[in-house]
Structure formats: C-alpha cells, structure tokens
Design a protein around this ligand. Structure first.
Ligand SMILES: Cc1cc2nc3c(=O)[nH]c(=O)nc-3n(C[C@H](O)[C@H](O)[C@H](O)COP(=O)(O)OP(=O)(O)OC[C@H]3O[C@@H](n4cnc5c(N)ncnc54)[C@H](O)[C@@H]3O)c2cc1C
Length: 344
C-alpha cells in the first residue's frame, strides 16, 4: 500500500520510517530543499528518545536530567529530575538529518516539492504539486506543521481563542553550564535554554509580544549573566502563532499528524514526543486497514500533553498567579516535582 507523507519535518520522517518498517510503500514530499531548520527548543523528552530508539535512531546531542524553573532575576528556583530517564538536547538539523538517513535506508522515496492541492475518492488521494506533477496514494499523512495547508484544504481548521503566542530561537556559542533544561520566567514571557552541543546552547523565547530577540532577551537578567559575552550563532528563527486546532484529525483518507493535528504551546517541550506517538498511531491505523481508529488513538496519546500545557498556560496567563509561580514552586519543591512528574 502506498502512503504519501506531506512534510519532511521530524514527524513526517518519523511517520515514513514507521510506515516503511511496517511494510508500507512510503513517499515523503517536503517543500524545502536541504535539511530544514525550524524555531524549536530542541529538547527531546525521554518519551521522544524512546520513540526514536524504536526505529533505531540515537541522535547526537547533550543529555539533560531535569528541568529547572527560575524567575527572571534568578532569585527563585525550583528543580525536578525527569522521572522516566534522561532527555537530550539535539540540534534540529541533526535530528532531521538522522531521520532522513534512516528513511533512505528503509527505502522511503523523498520528493522535494510543495503540495498545493488534493482530491480524494473511495480508492485514494491525488496530490497536486507546485510544478504541475502529481502523486497518488491510498492514504495521506499530513505532517505539514503548524500552518498545515492540508488542514485548511480539508476544511478541518478550527477557530482558536485565547492569547496569541509566538516563539523565537537563537543559538549561542557557550559551554553548557547545566545538565538541566532551564526555563526562565519573566512577567510576560519565558526563555527556554537547552544544551545542544559541547559548545552550543539554544535559547527559545516564548510569549505574546513581538520585537527583536535581543530586546526580549533583556527581560531575563539572570540568563543574560549566564550567557555573558557568548556570541550568537546563526539566524534567529521564529514560529507562530503557536496554538492551533483541528475540528477533527481525519478527513476520509487524509490523517493529520504532529503539529498539523493541532498544537497548544511549546511551554512543556513535548511537541516532538507527542508528534512521534501520533505518527505511530496513524501508521497502526493504516496497517490495520481501519482509519476510523486514528482519531481515538490520537486523543489518547495527546491528551495528557494538551491538558497539562493548557492548564499551565491558563494558570500563568494572568499577572498575579504568574508572579506567584516561582516563589511558590521554589518554596514547595516536592509539590513542584510532583507537577513535573504529571507533565512529563
Ligand atoms: C519556539 C518553539 C520551541 C519548541 N521547543 C520544543 C522542544 O524543546 N521540544 C519538543 O519536543 N518540541 C518543541 N517544540 C515543538 C516542535 O518544534 C514541533 O512539535 C515539531 O517541530 C513538530 O514537527 P512536525 O514535523 O509536525 O512539523 P514541522 O517541524 O513544522 O515540519 C513540517 C514540515 O512540512 C513542510 N511543509 C509544510 N507545508 C508543506 C506542503 N504544502 N508541501 C510539502 N511540505 C510542506 C515544512 O517545510 C516542514 O519541513 C517547539 C516549538 C516551538 C515553536
């Protein structure tokens, strides 16, 4: 059976590898040439690492053992050790290159082109590409990210309410100073710091406000002190709005997978783990010949992430509870540890 995967980001490539390992004929269609980079915190949580090991991928990076929350000045801190093994900071391009290599080994075909239209009938899906070519498949896994064109084309896009948040990411040439992921909280935004190589840390800024990276970084004096004179490396990349919703994750023979199926926020750093689990669920539905199973399976594997991220966002979206968060977490370390245990 031919499965076309639209989007060669980490989730699309993971889905294609899983499909090939299940004996399906998988083709990935990715609009960008080369190895696409993206604004991402680049922290692979333990569940994401486990999912990668299941398809024989163990990407290079820097292991982290816990999560440290700090207020912007560093006065208050709370730490939790990850309960289910270590995570790993992995450069996005390293992760995508490893997935691409594995997909190639497994015989997955890679097409560089943009899917611009689709049509479905009882037997399959016809994908029209930007250069006029076409690809036919029995099932399409739409892994085309936050701004999914297939979600829009299938009319599954849902209205989103609540604060509109964005993410910006920049790397710095600095020796990692901690074997934790650090999350700094200012009054209106967060800075996520992930070690990704022996001399490189990634900083992802999340929040509602726009403005250049440097000026937003000034809201985190404790982090600025840590970075010292470290040079910025590479471009600042941005992504957003972060919150997206789909009315449904299946439209006949098109299954929405990864960020395309909906996204809450990057605050809990679980997008990749959840994307890989939803890719496994989609491929299982295809191999069982029962696409109806996918929406329920998607609900099951994404529920904890959606609820915990949404709860944390709600709890911190108003100034009073937000400013109380760090002193509270810092003075109740075991309660904080329990919350992290539920969220990871
Ligand atoms: C600031 C920020 C920080 C984050 N931090 C973390 C973190 O620390 N840990 C974590 O696990 N997650 C994190 N996430 C979430 C994570 O980045 C996403 O969940 C993940 O990238 C989803 O992968 P994906 O493959 O579904 O989508 P994407 O990575 O967006 O890939 C989609 C791909 O589809 C391609 N595409 C789009 N349209 C078409 C088309 N029409 N035709 C062909 N190709 C197309 C795009 O070019 C792209 O390569 C973060 C996100 C943000 C924004």
């Amino acid at each position: 059976m031919r499965v076309a995967v639209v989007g060669g980001g980490p989730v699309g490539l993971y889905a294609a590898c899983t499909a090939a390992l299940a004996g399906l004929d998988a083709v990935v269609i990715e609009k960008r040439s080369g190895i696409p980079d993206k604004a991402c915190g680049e922290g692979l949580m333990p569940q994401a690492l486990r999912a990668l090991r299941e398809i024989d991928i163990d990407p290079e990076g820097i292991d982290f053992r816990g999560i440290r929350y700090l207020d912007a000045t560093g006065e208050w801190q709370a730490h939790a050790t990850l309960p289910h093994g270590h995570g790993r900071g992995v450069r996005r391009t390293t992760l995508v290159a490893a997935l691409r290599g594995r997909a190639r080994e497994l015989g997955v075909r890679h097409v560089t082109n943009r899917v611009v239209e689709h049509a479905q009938n009882a037997r399959g899906v016809h994908l029209g590409l930007a250069d006029g070519a076409a690809i036919d498949a029995e099932v399409v896994l739409a892994c085309d990210g936050l701004a999914s064109e297939l979600r829009r084309q299938t009319e599954l896009e849902a209205v989103v309410r609540g604060p509109v948040r964005f993410g910006l990411r920049q790397h710095f040439n600095a020796v990692p100073w901690s074997d934790d992921v650090e999350v700094y909280w200012s009054e209106d935004s967060e800075a996520y710091v992930t070690p990704v190589a022996a001399d490189l840390v990634g900083v992802a800024l999340l929040g509602e406000r726009g403005g250049p990276f440097e000026s937003r970084l000034n809201r985190f004096p404790a982090l600025l002190a840590r970075l010292g004179a470290a040079a910025a490396v590479g471009p600042v990349l941005g992504a957003g709005p972060l919150r997206r919703r789909a009315r449904h994750v299946r439209h006949h023979r098109v299954l929405l997978v990864g960020d395309a199926a909906g996204y809450v926020d990057a605050l809990t750093g679980e997008g990749l783990a959840v994307g890989f689990l939803s890719a496994q669920a989609a491929v299982a539905a295809v191999t069982d010949g029962d696409l109806d199973r996918y929406p329920k399976a998607w609900q099951r594997v994404t529920r904890r992430f959606r609820w915990s991220t949404d709860a944390l966002l709600r709890a911190t979206s108003r100034p009073a509870p937000r400013s109380a968060l760090m002193p509270l977490a810092g003075s109740l370390p075991s309660a904080f540890e329990r919350v992290v245990r539920v969220m990871t």
